[in-house]
Design a protein. Structure first.
Length: 328
């Protein structure tokens, strides 16, 4: 495959593979958006232990409405894939806030319906016939712990218990009609193995697997990327592999490692490039030359075919990299 020519990848329901829309979208890279917009952080305080999606379960309905607005703006900016605001949305987490399982599953369903509504509203307003996808976010067990464990992977559950933890949300997302699952910010090889096994219970489902990093050769729990790639290569329902929620400067070396190891499309959606000061709990502007747009050509060169942004990403960021995808 010509690694210099980006192409769009998507999911065809009921078939466990990624297809390439060569004729309609030659010369385009699929752009991923995550529901962790800078605009949202101005309305929802970010807990010190977790800066991903809403850990404020009591505010979740309001957060979903912010997601609708954000996803609509990001589709308009040029994104092809929207991720639902279900990263930390688990029945277990909602139960700790007094919601029963039925209420929790309803909120997870709403996260899908609102992303779909944003897609439909954008299509209606723009007349676009682009292949726009909704990916159901499946965050790791570490996100439920809300202590930063998704960046360490220092937790362990028996495989059966790990599958039991993930199953209700996975089923709710699939029942709501997501195009695929985004199993993301995964720090643990054992958890990835459990998710591969869980997907087999839903044979018409597909997912991408995206990991956090210890360094350019290892995911956060220390497992070599070579071992992780072997798992992904052998999993027919995992249609793409990559990294997310990492610093911009960590991306290119890890992609270069994966390019030689993974037989499936590579994806990356790191954080915005802004620097977070944990002591003051404030964000600071990205250093010069360290934005999504600046790094985009490097990531294409390193084989990435699904590219986007995670924490603190804005519509302006997506518009800037969408412009990079336009045929010259």
């Amino acid at each position: 495959m010509d690694t210099l020519t980006p192409k769009i990848y998507g999911y065809r329901r009921g078939e466990n593979y990624v297809y390439v829309n060569r004729e309609a979208r030659m010369g385009r890279t699929a752009l991923i958006i995550h529901p962790t917009l800078k605009e949202k952080s101005q309305h929802f305080a970010e807990p010190a232990s977790e800066m991903k999606t809403c850990d404020h379960y009591t505010q979740f309905p309001l957060y979903l409405m912010a997601d609708l607005s954000g996803a609509l703006r990001l589709f308009a900016a040029g994104a092809n894939v929207a991720i639902t605001a279900s990263y930390q949305a688990t029945p277990q987490g909602f139960a700790a806030r007094g919601l029963d399982e039925a209420q929790a599953l309803t909120l997870i369903d709403q996260s899908v319906k609102l992303a779909q509504r944003a897609r439909d509203d954008y299509r209606a307003a723009s007349g676009s016939e682009a292949a726009l996808l909704v990916a159901g976010s499946v965050g790791p067990y570490g996100a439920y712990l809300a202590n930063g464990a998704e960046y360490r992977g220092d937790y362990a559950l028996p495989e059966a218990e790990m599958k039991d933890f993930h199953r209700p949300r996975v089923k709710a997302l699939l029942d709501a009609g997501v195009d695929l699952l985004a199993c993301e910010t995964l720090p643990s090889f054992a958890e990835a193995q459990a998710l591969v096994s869980l997907l087999a219970e839903y044979p018409n489902s597909s997912a991408w697997f995206s990991f956090t990093l210890c360094d350019a050769q290892h995911i956060s729990d220390g497992t070599p990327l070579s071992q992780v790639a072997e798992l992904v290569n052998a999993a027919p329902q995992v249609v793409a592999m990559g990294i997310n929620c990492v610093a911009l400067e960590s991306v290119t070396p890890a992609l270069q490692t994966l390019q030689a190891l993974c037989a499936k499309p590579l994806l990356v959606y790191p954080n915005s490039g802004e620097q977070y000061d944990a002591s003051s709990k404030t964000w600071h502007s990205a250093p010069s030359g360290c934005t999504l747009q600046d790094k985009f050509p490097e990531w294409q060169q390193a084989g990435a075919r699904l590219i986007g942004g995670c924490c603190r990403t804005t519509p302006q960021d997506i518009a800037a990299i969408a412009a990079c995808c336009q045929p010259q």
